[in-house]
Design a protein around this ligand. Structure first.
Ligand SMILES: Cc1cc2nc3c(=O)[nH]c(=O)nc-3n(C[C@H](O)[C@H](O)[C@H](O)COP(=O)(O)O)c2cc1C
Length: 379
């Protein structure tokens, strides 16, 4: 499909007039729209770009802004009760008439009631995160008329989820912010995209520019999901200090949490390194010493370790405590350089994808004419 675009534009490689330029631009946009047509149709959005749900960040304002700008916003329900989720969906509907989704955490004790709240509101897409969902949860969503989107950390699980009834799959690599798996986005994409064609697949993790979006679409993705890139949107309610930490950070500052002892597993989370990161290591060391000294049972020691981060994301995102809170961020944080409107972020991503198509057209033309000219052209 990709080279179909380049070939179609070959005759227009050197447009002479503004009209001809506009025609070339229109064709590139049409080409991009063909590449992500399946994702757009699935989401019911102009752009097959999902705003990945981020607990505390992805609430009514950011979700509506993403959907209003042509993307697909997703509410992060986190630990919300069904009645709070009900209010959040109502408030989001008041801000946008466009489709948006809801992300539910599978281990939430009231998962079924949360699903019912989505169904009552006729939310079109429910994203199930935080573990492999039960068939019963998936069926309840589908029976209520919504589509089920699941995260798959490997091809074999993606296939299993599709057999269980997933209508779309998100593959998220370890570059992502928040809870992560062990495999990079680039490798997961190669493992899954050529072999999973039954349902649309969205790629997430480490995507910060349109060139990367285009390359995953060309590999067979139907769309993408970005989180980190939207944190510093004007419409994001994240605390100014949380946003400032993102703007200052580079990719290498977004590190995965460290586990000190295999007997005490730590769920890997990618976040900006801060004093809490160091403190977490100290706490693990102390707890392990106390366990080794017979002062704590294994279960209590594990609970103490798990308890460390309780409420920490809220402390950072809402209260602005960037020292003691959790600054969940993906490696694409290095590509976040300022606050921007959501519409501007999405327009920038699309512009970069189109420029990348243009760069390829030029390289293709040069290669055909045997010249080295344009070899370096890009977005
Ligand atoms: C602050 C933060 C909170 C997140 N919370 C959730 C969440 O509640 N549920 C979820 O499925 N994913 C969560 N994620 C992951 C995002 O939905 C998204 O998949 C991820 O950010 C994509 O990778 P990127 O950050 O490299 O763009 C979170 C990510 C961040 C940065």
């Amino acid at each position: 499909m990709s080279n179909g675009l380049a070939a179609a534009d070959l005759t227009q490689a050197r447009p002479r007039s503004a009209e001809a330029s506009a025609a070339v631009g229109d064709r590139r946009r049409a080409g991009l729209d063909r590449l992500w047509a399946r994702g757009r149709a699935f989401l019911g959005a102009d752009l097959a770009i999902m705003g990945g749900a981020m607990t505390w960040v992805s609430e009514r304002n950011l979700v509506a802004a993403i959907s209003n700008a042509g993307g697909f916003g997703v509410i992060a329900s986190g630990s919300m009760s069904p009645s709070l989720l009900d209010q959040e969906i109502t408030a989001t509907k008041a801000l946008t008439a466009r489709p948006f989704g809801v992300n539910l955490i599978t281990m939430h004790p009231q998962l079924l009631e949360l699903i019912d709240a989505c169904v009552e509101h006729r939310v079109g897409h429910v994203v199930l995160a935080g573990g492999i969902p039960t068939g019963a949860a998936m069926q309840r969503i589908r029976a209520g008329g919504a589509r089920v989107v699941c995260f798959a950390p490997a091809l074999v699980l993606a296939k299993k989820l599709v057999r269980m009834g997933a209508d779309a799959i998100v593959i998220e690599g370890s570059e992502a912010g928040g809870h992560i798996g062990p495999v990079s986005t680039a490798v997961l994409a190669q493992e899954v995209l050529p072999h999973l064609t039954e349902v649309p697949v969205f790629v997430a993790g480490g995507i910060g520019r349109g060139e990367a979006i285009l390359s995953y679409l060309e590999m067979g993705a139907s769309g993408v999901q970005l989180g980190t890139r939207f944190v510093c949107a004007h419409e994001s309610i994240a605390h100014p200090l949380f946003k400032r930490a993102f703007i200052r950070a580079s990719a290498r500052d977004a590190v995965a949490s460290v586990q000190l002892d295999a007997r005490f597993p730590v769920i890997p989370v990618r976040a900006l390194a801060n004093p809490a990161t160091d403190r977490f290591r100290e706490v693990q060391r102390q707890v392990i010493d106390r366990f080794n000294g017979g002062e704590l049972s294994q279960k209590d020691a594990q609970l103490e370790i798990e308890h460390f981060w309780a409420g920490a994301l809220r402390r950072a995102v809402i209260d602005g405590d960037v020292e003691a809170g959790s600054l969940m961020a993906g490696q694409s944080v290095g590509l976040v350089s300022r606050e921007q409107s959501t519409a501007e972020i999405l327009a920038e991503l699309v512009g970069q994808a189109l420029a990348a198509i243009a760069g390829r057209d030029q390289r293709f033309t040069s290669a055909l004419s045997g010249s080295a000219e344009g070899q370096g052209a890009g977005g």
